[in-house]
Design a protein around this ligand. Structure first.
Ligand code: G6P
Length: 609
């Protein structure tokens, strides 16, 4: 979703801003822009629809300035167009970039129009820059103008603002959307996430809800929501500038698929002893809290939701703990009833997904006492707002289609199942079994990756198709959902997943030679049932693509294609088979020439509702 970068320095900041935008490209966007205060203390701005490289081509060395802001826009209000791209400017004096949504923008627009302000865009953002200008005209103080403007805004925002009246100053604010301050020597920065600023600094302050930051070259002053000056901790990032580099891989998504054995190993490191899971891995006081837990409620969005669906099978079958899973955007607007002693678990790669954060807040208002975030970003709002947290150690995930974050979420869920389950039905032996299996998972994942060439050989059968069906049973049903989501996200082929037993209740009507049917068939007690469902497809002339455990003995024929997967314990199978489905989606999308890492219309981090 929209990305923000800003800088106040002595040197020309345009190259820093453009490099920052390039590093935020993964969030998803459709247009980009930059504004600086030039050597004559005038605001200069360049915007363009399309990629950051298009913006760069327009800039072509024409703009320079030591104070500036830049933005990648993901359209919400107003189509992707140059006039809707940020920065927005009011009366050649104030320039602003915004991430989030201003809900009362129509009301503000009406009021400002009466006051004589002219609108040049269809965005909800433009009202903010006019509001700030209004107060700047009174106060001639940018910080004060921003602080006076903010109470008029209803909704979510991360903002960066500059004015030609104060060339060496940058004011930032956050409410509901992430924003970090980067600390340099004699220069300071803001950005939507640390990745944008890694070439210029490793030291960061993570702004809290309601914070306003006043940046000059010499100092950074932060005011909390009540207007008091506050000291926020300075964090040293351990990421290097090339931690988010693509290396030898053609796409980030492929790199991230191949990083999974390492990501899984890192997620297990320091979390497990020889035979058990350390409760401390979930945060201070986790052990005492876990002793009281009688039910689990999982809430998440997108790929993270699919991880939760798999987790439910494990919580109920292994730990015998009742577990519900719901997409966050539904949970937050229902009137859910949670059992006493429920552990409320949120799953999120980014930790900034607006719906998931709102669901967490809602859970607290209905009396949930114990919350746990399983998240990939330590400084995220979700981690900060949850009582307990288990951080997946996937490392930065850049491809919009989530891969390594998903499989490490599954690992984290198994750690939680083992820890909660030890206290009940699962017992020490069950925990020992899970821990032992998890240790084998990096190698199993490597084995799955070694089937890459076989997966690629299936690509021609999908590349020209409009639709595909994915089938699975048990934990493999959500795996099939994740496979279908991957394919639709990046190749734009319409793909649906069904529990294989549901086939005859509707989707079988769609099966014909133009509908490839993908099945995930590990060697478990459901295989015979799945096998019968696959026969139903074959009998209707459908073409089957089956990932099957070697011991199932499925034979290939003209219309049944089989990739044999090394025998895998059922508990590890969701990770192993997901890797294969990720590879399938990836290679099909590559063959279609799709924009793998930034699929159309999608955003990595969905910070609006
Ligand atoms: C977006 C991304 C998905 C992701 C979902 C949830 O839709 O494109 O890849 O699964 O958000 O994101 P989260 O960061 O909460 O896991």
């Amino acid at each position: 979703m929209c990305g923000i970068v800003g800088a106040v320095a002595q040197r020309d900041v345009v190259p820093i801003l453009v490099e920052g935008l390039r590093r935020l490209e993964y969030r998803g966007y459709d247009s980009a822009g930059v504004a600086v205060i030039d050597g004559d203390a005038h605001l200069a701005r360049t915007r363009s629809v399309g990629k950051v490289r298009d913006l760069e081509a327009r800039l072509d060395g024409h703009m320079a300035g030591a104070t500036g802001i830049a933005h990648t826009r993901w359209a919400t209000h107003g189509r992707p167009a140059t006039e809707n791209a940020h920065p927005h400017i009011c009366r050649k004096t104030v320039a602003l970039v915004h991430n989030g949504i201003i809900e009362n923008h129509e009301e503000l627009r009406r009021a400002q129009t009466k006051l004589g302000f002219e609108f040049t865009s269809d965005t909800d953002t433009e009202v903010i820059v006019h509001e700030i200008y209004r107060h700047l005209a009174d106060t001639h103080d940018l910080l004060e103008a921003v602080r006076r403007a903010l109470p008029a805004l209803r909704g979510a925002y991360a903002l960066g603002v500059i004015t030609s009246e104060a060339p060496g100053r940058l004011v930032a604010a956050r409410r509901g959307c992430p924003l970090v301050v980067g600390l340099g020597i004699g220069e300071h920065f803001i950005a939507s996430d640390v990745a944008a600023l890694l070439p210029v600094t490793q030291r960061f302050i993570f702004l809290e809800e309601g914070d306003v930051a006043d940046l000059t070259r010499e100092r950074v002053t932060i005011y909390d929501a009540s207007g008091q000056i506050v000291e926020r901790p300075v964090k040293q990032s351990e990421l290097s500038a090339d931690a988010v580099a693509r290396g030898e891989y053609r796409h980030y998504m492929l790199k991230e698929i191949y990083e999974q054995p390492r990501a899984i190993t890192d997620t297990l490191t320091n979390r497990i002893g020889l035979h058990h899971v350390y409760d401390e891995a979930f945060g201070t006081g986790a052990a005492a809290i876990f002793d009281t837990i009688e039910a689990v409620q999982i809430v998440a969005c997108g790929t993270s939701y699919h991880a939760g669906l798999i987790g439910r099978y494990w919580f109920e079958a292994l730990a015998e703990i009742p577990c519900s899973v719901e997409v966050a955007s539904e949970f937050r607007y229902r009137r859910p009833r949670l059992a006493p002693h429920t552990l409320f678990v949120t799953l999120s790669q980014s930790g900034e997904t607006a719906d998931t954060l709102a669901a967490l807040a809602h859970a607290k208002t209905i009396g949930v006492e114990h919350t746990l975030a399983i998240c990939n970003v330590p400084e995220s709002a979700l981690v900060r707002q949850s009582g307990l947290a288990l951080l997946t150690q996937a490392g930065p995930e850049i491809g919009v289609a989530s891969t390594k974050a998903f499989t490490t979420q599954l690992v984290a869920l198994l750690l939680l199942v083992a820890s909660l389950g030890r206290r009940g039905h699962l017992g020490g032996d069950g925990e020992r079994r899970i821990v032992g299996l998890l240790r084998t998972l990096p190698v199993l994942t490597e084995q799955a990756l070694s089937l890459d060439a076989a997966v690629q050989s299936w690509v021609p059968a999908f590349a020209n198709k409009q639709h595909a069906l994915f089938l699975g049973r048990g934990t493999q049903y959500p795996v099939a959902m994740e496979g279908a989501l991957k394919l639709k996200e990046i190749s734009y082929i319409h793909a649906e997943a069904y529990p294989a037993g549901e086939l005859k209740h509707g989707p079988l009507a769609l099966v014909d030679a133009d509908m490839p049917v993908v099945a995930v068939a590990p060697g478990n007690e459901l295989f015979e049932k799945l096998h019968s469902n696959l026969q139903e497809v074959r009998a209707r002339g459908g073409e089957l693509f089956v990932f099957a455990d070697a011991k199932n003995g499925i034979t290939a024929d003209e219309r049944t294609h089989v990739i044999t997967v090394p025998p895998t314990d059922d508990l590890m199978a969701p990770v192993v088979y997901t890797v294969l489905l990720q590879l399938l989606a990836y290679h099909v999308a590559v063959s279609k020439g799709a924009d793998i890492d930034q699929p159309r219309n999608l955003a990595k981090s969905v910070t609006v509702e």
